[in-house]
Ligand binder design. Structure first.
Ligand SMILES: [Fe+2]
Ligand SMILES: [Fe+2]
Length: 266
C-alpha cells in the first residue's frame, strides 16, 4: 500500500494488481478531507485488512460521513467500512445500488442515491456526479469537487504501468509518455470494448464536455495522479477508438508467462 497526497485536501491509498503480459494496474482509493470527510472507492479486496488499517490511520471511523463509489465494482471493502463507521453513508447511483445488491447485503438506510447530474453537499463544498465518456458499466460516474475543481475520474483514464515502481508515481509525468499513451489506449480497449462502435462526433462531444470542466487535478481509480494534464489525457482518449482491439492470451500462453515469472510454481 502506497500513501500519497495528490492535493492538499486529498490522500491517496494506492495498491497494484500484477497482470501477466500487461503490467501493473494501479488501484486507487482517496480520502477527501471535506468538512464531512469522504472516502472515494474502497481499495483492493485482496489487501482489504491492510487497506482498512491504513484508512483508519487517515480518518477516524466516527468522523467518516460518506463513502462514494465511482463504480459499483469498487466496493471491495465497503461493508467493512460501513460497519466501522456508524455515521457514514454509501453514495452510489440508483443503478449502482441495484448492481451492488447482487453481491452485497447493504442496508437500504446506509445508502444515499446520487444520480448523474446531481450534487452532494459535504459541508464546505458540493460534489457533482457526472457521466463518463469512457466506462464499462452503466453505474460508473466521475465526481467533481466544486471547491477545488479536482475530478475523480473512476475507470475513465486508466492505464497499466510497465513496472511496479511506476504505480507509485506521484504524477503521470513520471511515466514515459509513449508507455502512458499505449497503456491508456490498451485500458480503453479492454475496459470499454464497445468504444469502437460509438459515433465519433458523439464521442468527441463527450470528451469536450469533460474538457470544459478543465479540472486542475484528475484522480483516477487506475492511474497515477494527473496535475494540469487533462488536455493530454483527453487527446489520448480521443485516439483510443483507433486502437487495435485487445487479443487476450490463451491458456498455454498464460502458463508460459507465469512460468517465466516464477519457474518453480507454474
Ligand atoms: Fe469498474
Ligand atoms: Fe475500476
Amino acid at each position: 500500500m502506497y500513501i500519497s497526497r495528490p492535493a492538499s485536501d486529498v490522500v491517496a491509498l494506492t495498491d497494484a494488481v500484477p497482470v501477466p503480459g500487461i503490467g501493473f494496474l494501479p488501484v486507487n482509493a482517496y480520502v477527501l478531507y471535506a468538512r464531512e470527510p469522504v472516502l472515494i472507492d474502497t481499495g483492493l479486496g485482496a489487501s482489504s485488512p491492510e487497506f482498512l488499517e491504513e484508512l483508519w490511520s487517515l480518518v477516524e471511523p466516527s468522523d467518516l460521513r460518506w463513502v462514494y463509489l465511482t463504480d459499483p465494482d469498487h466496493a471491495e471493502s465497503a461493508l467493512e467500512v460501513l460497519d466501522a463507521a456508524p455515521d457514514a453513508l454509501l453514495v452510489t447511483t440508483y443503478l449502482g445500488m441495484m448492481l451492488l445488491s447482487i453481491e452485497k447485503r447493504i442496508p437500504a438506510e446506509r445508502v444515499f442515491l446520487l444520480n448523474p447530474g446531481e450534487w452532494l453537499d459535504v459541508g464546505d463544498r458540493r460534489l457533482g456526479a457526472f457521466r463518463l465518456p469512457v466506462h464499462h458499466g452503466p453505474a460508473a460516474t466521475g465526481l467533481l469537487d466544486d471547491l477545488t475543481g479536482t475530478y475523480f475520474s473512476s475507470d475513465c483514464f486508466g492505464a497499466p504501468m510497465t513496472t511496479g515502481d511506476l504505480v507509485q508515481s506521484d504524477d503521470i509525468g513520471a511515466v514515459p509518455s509513449s508507455d502512458l499513451v499505449a497503456g491508456q489506449r490498451l485500458w480503453a480497449a479492454v475496459d470499454c470494448p464497445g468504444l469502437i462502435y460509438v459515433d465519433r462526433d458523439e464521442f468527441l462531444t463527450r470528451l469536450a464536455l469533460l474538457g470544459s470542466l478543465d479540472p486542475p487535478v484528475v484522480l483516477g481509480s487506475h492511474l497515477p495522479s494527473a496535475h494540469h494534464k487533462t488536455e493530454t489525457l483527453l487527446d489520448t482518449l480521443a485516439s483510443a477508438q483507433e486502437a487495435p482491439s485487445y487479443a487476450a492470451p490463451d491458456q498455454a500462453t498464460v502458463r508460459r508467462m507465469l512460468h517465466e515469472l516464477e519457474p518453480t510454481h507454474a
